[in-house]
Design a binder for this molecule. Structure first.
Ligand code: AMP
Length: 281
């Protein structure tokens, strides 16, 4: 597995594959890897000729400075995991390599950047669009793999592709969970043992919601969720939103047969965790 820090070197490495019309697959990450990330690498390995991953903790997508400072960084074990997962190439740029010129780019992402994560993390999705735009421009992948845990991010990336015209297919992989249901996340490493014991309640409550919506309606389900979560030690609800499954815009009413999704953000101590499920009402 090749580890590359510079764009120019990356371009050189990929040139022969491009010339040979090989399918380049790409898995962008911020490192602190776990089985969720590796599931994307595995799918990419199955479907592509060349598997390229990247590790870059993107300062532009952190609206909270302390979150950026505390984001786990475990490069050595990340590289070992990627090599074992069959990755061919890892791009590990520094911030100057990613953003060589000072630019105030902005993307017309539409309403998707004003709801849920966009609302609670102002500027986050502009940062995500910017970093993925730049990564796509240098890797030029035929296919890129993303996890459903960050489903709103996928919508943003699809919008960015529409705006920029990158020739890349977005592949969506299911959320990988711990045995107790907790969605795998790099931030889980920051939980204390006691907090970690509380965290599975998030998915437990989320999974119960479709039935609660069926009996109590959407507003009743919001109350139920916040009440349930806020009574678990260390947990507090930041938001819960029921949406249409295709647009991720808020669902006003609930009718049988509707395709819906539920998105939540919950603090576990100081660590912010998100999760979502899709279901038919
Ligand atoms: P991150 O390193 O958090 O930026 O995540 C890199 C990619 O891995 C994104 O596409 C995430 O959606 C995906 N990912 C993170 N956690 C999981 C998970 N538990 N299951 C599946 N994909 C995940």
């Amino acid at each position: 597995m090749k580890v590359i820090e510079k764009v120019i070197e990356l371009d050189g490495f990929l040139a022969s594959f491009r010339a040979g019309k090989k399918v380049i697959g790409f898995v962008p990450t911020m490192g602190a890897l776990h089985r969720g990330h590796l599931s994307l690498v595995g799918k990419c390995r199955e479907e592509c000729d060349v598997v390229c991953a990247s590790i870059f903790v993107n300062p532009l997508q952190f609206n909270d400075k302390s979150d950026f400072a505390h984001y786990p960084r475990t490069l050595e074990s990340d590289l070992e995991m990627l090599e074992n997962a069959g990755c061919d190439l890892v791009f590990v740029p520094d911030v100057n390599e990613m953003y060589p010129v000072q630019e105030n780019k902005s993307y017309a992402l539409g309403e998707i950047e004003n709801v849920m994560e966009g609302k609670y993390r102002p500027g986050h999705y502009q940062g995500v669009a910017r970093v993925v735009d730049r990564l796509f421009a240098v890797v030029r992948p035929a296919r890129a793999y993303f996890g459903a845990k960050d489903y709103q991010q996928i919508m943003v990336i699809k919008k960015m592709i529409e705006i920029t015209g990158h020739d890349t297919e977005v592949e969506i992989c299911p959320t990988v969970r711990e045995h107790d249901g907790l969605a795998m996340s790099s931030r889980n490493m920051r939980l204390s043992e006691a907090e970690r014991r509380s965290a599975p309640a998030i998915y437990m409550a989320l999974s119960a919601l479709p039935d609660i919506i069926r009996s109590n309606g959407i507003e009743g389900a919001y109350d139920w969720f916040a009440n349930y979560i806020n009574n678990v030690p260390f947990l507090s609800t930041e938001y819960i939103q029921v949406t249409a499954s295709d647009t991720l815009m808020p669902a006003g009413s609930a009718e049988k047969g509707q395709l819906l999704a539920i998105f939540v953000s919950v603090f576990c101590g100081k660590v912010r965790l998100i999760d979502n499920i899709f279901f038919v009402l």
